[in-house]
Ligand binder design. Structure first.
Ligand code: HEC
Ligand code: HEC
Ligand code: HEC
Ligand code: HEC
Ligand code: HEC
Ligand code: HEC
Ligand code: HEC
Ligand code: HEC
Ligand code: HEC
Ligand code: HEC
Length: 320
């Protein structure tokens, strides 16, 4: 550690005191919640690191390999109050305590934190309110009391959300059903790391109505990779341009091509089976309809192969 903090120690100490007093006035701790200190340490990280290092129960040093520890970046925690930019005033916490005496608490994050998600997030939002966090307020995750630190790892060389496997594990910790979906026989290749949740979702809030989608609508989200399905097409198939999720599940399905149901059932939700091959010939006697060999293999798509619409002059029946 160098003694960089001296540059700001005094002005920030004062600013910190004023800030802390304001904070204390606004959010008086609820009953049972620990009362946090209001004074910053004089020596910043140097003080903290006397007791917290890589050999501690919770190793802290990997933060020095991250953007947060850039001392030359005046926006970053280590260009400011260092550890206490996030953990808040720590002078009281850092004092010597007598054996048997309880150490005064300090602001904490993550699973062992005694502060609410809102209180934790405020520490981060002081620096991160802009950019992708513009829609955080009112988002599903904010409303669900999810903390920034539930997804992000601050004391890690590489925050897991920036790696494909790490990110989905972070999400699956709470979204267990979706984990199951991605392991079905037909699935978007998230488990191979080809896709990430954040290719389709904005975890910090979104302009879409619900489901935290990366684009304003579900179809626009799909078009960002499956552009060929957008058209314009000479012969559109109405449900396709309306909503891909009429026929597809976004994550995974036991039916091929992420389909919600297999054809012909899928199609017959809307199209009458009358006057058409409607029941596949399987060799077994069937109670209704005329069994047809045309419905084996690709079912209705044996003939209507252009189920997403057609650009062929005579593609009105989606057959070419
Ligand atoms: C004199 C030793 C000492 C110093 C200095 C110290 N800590 Fe701690 N800290 C501890 C101990 C011991 C614990 C565990 C407390 C417990 O388990 O009750 C702890 C716990 C914590 C926790 C968990 C939350 C809590 O209240 O238990 C955080 C976060 C923390 N310290 C951050 C810091 C920061 C940031 C600094 C510098 C401002 C700092 N510590 C300075 C000894 C110290
Ligand atoms: C950018 C914000 C930020 C900065 C700066 C920061 N921390 Fe943390 N700290 C966190 C978060 C978030 C956690 C929750 C654990 C995690 O990252 O998974 C945490 C956890 C901890 C813990 C573990 C507490 C427990 O529950 O056992 C200690 C100790 C700690 N920090 C000490 C420090 C020290 C010492 C520094 C300075 C060298 C520091 N922190 C700088 C955000 C920060
Ligand atoms: C004192 C200001 C400050 C605080 C407090 C702060 N950050 Fe940051 N954070 C920054 C800066 C500056 C960067 C680097 C931005 C850049 O280079 O574009 C950054 C980068 C990040 C990144 C991107 C890291 C990367 O490798 O690209 C994440 C994620 C992040 N912060 C999360 C958090 C979380 C979560 C908290 C609260 C626990 C927090 N930050 C608290 C200033 C802060
Ligand atoms: C539900 C999980 C989740 C939560 C909660 C979350 N993030 Fe993120 N965050 C991510 C993911 C995933 C990425 C990577 C996005 C990508 O790869 O495009 C990310 C990226 C970032 C980045 C770097 C890129 C950018 O968008 O600027 C910052 C900074 C950041 N988050 C800050 C925060 C802050 C502050 C909070 C709390 C208000 C927060 N995050 C809450 C999942 C989350
Ligand atoms: C290919 C794009 C895509 C990917 C990748 C993706 N999602 Fe989704 N997700 C969607 C769409 C689209 C919806 C909305 C479905 C609807 O409205 O019918 C959705 C809905 C959700 C929902 C709401 C509940 C539900 O199942 O409808 C959750 C939770 C969710 N996704 C979590 C995740 C997680 C976690 C990951 C990563 C492991 C992930 N998603 C990856 C597209 C995607
Ligand atoms: C700490 C738990 C937690 C983590 C981690 C988490 N989420 Fe969530 N998520 C929630 C809660 C709570 C809600 C709001 C309640 C609900 O709809 O289930 C939510 C809602 C959502 C929704 C909207 C669901 C809807 O029905 O509108 C999506 C999409 C989503 N999360 C995706 C993600 C992704 C992607 C990640 C990882 C980057 C992630 N979540 C990580 C807890 C979490
Ligand atoms: C970030 C890019 C991306 C987005 C966004 C995306 N997909 Fe995909 N999709 C892929 C990739 C990659 C594959 C796998 C292609 C392969 O295996 O050759 C795929 C495959 C598919 C498949 C074929 C699956 C199979 O088993 O044959 C369907 C159907 C599909 N996507 C539908 C959708 C729908 C519906 C949406 C919108 C909810 C969507 N995709 C959004 C990238 C994306
Ligand atoms: C009317 C039902 C239906 C709708 C709506 C629909 N699809 Fe499909 N999709 C299918 C069927 C059926 C298949 C399988 C085709 C086959 O087996 O020949 C398929 C296959 C796919 C495939 C994999 C094969 C290929 O053609 O590339 C992708 C990708 C795909 N759909 C994307 C989309 C997107 C994106 C949307 C929304 C714009 C959408 N689908 C809307 C029925 C539908
Ligand atoms: C959600 C309802 C819905 C589903 C599911 C659906 N379609 Fe359609 N389909 C329509 C509508 C609406 C039209 C337009 C009818 C019109 O213009 O008269 C249409 C048109 C068609 C046409 C062109 C017929 C014409 O009259 O121009 C064919 C062929 C077709 N669908 C085949 C299929 C097949 C094959 C499937 C299954 C993969 C399927 N559809 C699933 C609603 C659906
Ligand atoms: C053996 C080829 C074949 C198969 C298999 C097939 N169709 Fe057709 N379908 C046709 C032909 C040919 C037409 C055009 C009739 C016309 O132009 O008058 C047609 C027309 C249609 C139309 C337009 C309205 C109508 O009845 O004329 C719809 C809707 C349709 N098919 C849906 C389906 C569905 C749903 C399935 C699966 C259950 C299916 N088709 C299977 C050949 C097939």
């Amino acid at each position: 550690m160098n003694n960089n903090h001296r540059r700001f120690a005094v002005p920030f100490l004062l600013a910190g005191l004023v800030m802390a007093m304001q904070v204390a006035a606004q959010d008086a701790p609820a009953a049972g919640e620990p009362v946090l200190g209001t004074d910053y340490t004089e020596k910043g990280a140097d003080t903290c690191l006397k007791c917290h290092d890589e050999d501690s129960k919770f190793p802290v040093l990997s933060i020095f390999k991250t953007k947060h520890a850039q001392k030359d970046d005046h926006r970053a925690p280590f260009g400011k109050l260092q550890c206490e930019s996030c953990h808040g005033p720590g002078a009281k916490h850092a004092e010597k305590v007598r054996p048997g005496e309880e150490r005064p608490p300090i602001m904490n994050f993550g699973v062992r934190s005694k502060q609410t998600a809102t209180q934790q997030n405020k520490a981060c939002m002081g620096c991160h309110e802009r950019g992708n966090r513009m829609a955080w307020k009112g988002s599903e995750h904010e409303a669900g009391d999810v903390a920034c630190a539930s997804c992000h790892q601050i004391h890690a060389t590489r925050d897991r959300v920036f790696t494909a496997g790490g990110q989905s594990e972070a999400c699956f910790a709470c979204h267990i059903k979706q984990r199951g979906d991605f392991f079905k026989s037909s699935a978007h290749p998230v488990r191979y790391g080809t896709l990430r949740c954040s290719d389709c979702h904005s975890p910090h809030g979104s302009a879409a109505a619900g489901k935290l989608l990366a684009k304003p609508t579900l179809n626009q989200t799909c078009y960002s990779c499956h552009a060929e399905k957008r058209g314009p097409l000479l012969w559109e198939h109405a449900p396709v341009s309306e909503d891909c999720s009429t026929c597809h599940t976004p994550h995974g399905s036991v039916h091929p091509a992420l389909l919600k149901k297999p054809a012909p059932l899928l199609c017959q939700q809307c199209h009458s089976p009358a006057g058409h091959p409607s029941v596949a010939y399987t060799g077994a006697a069937l109670p209704s309809g005329t069994p047809s060999g045309f419905l084996l293999a690709n079912s209705c798509m044996n003939c209507h192969s252009q189920v997403h619409g057609s650009n062929h002059p005579s593609g009105a029946r989606l057959m070419r």
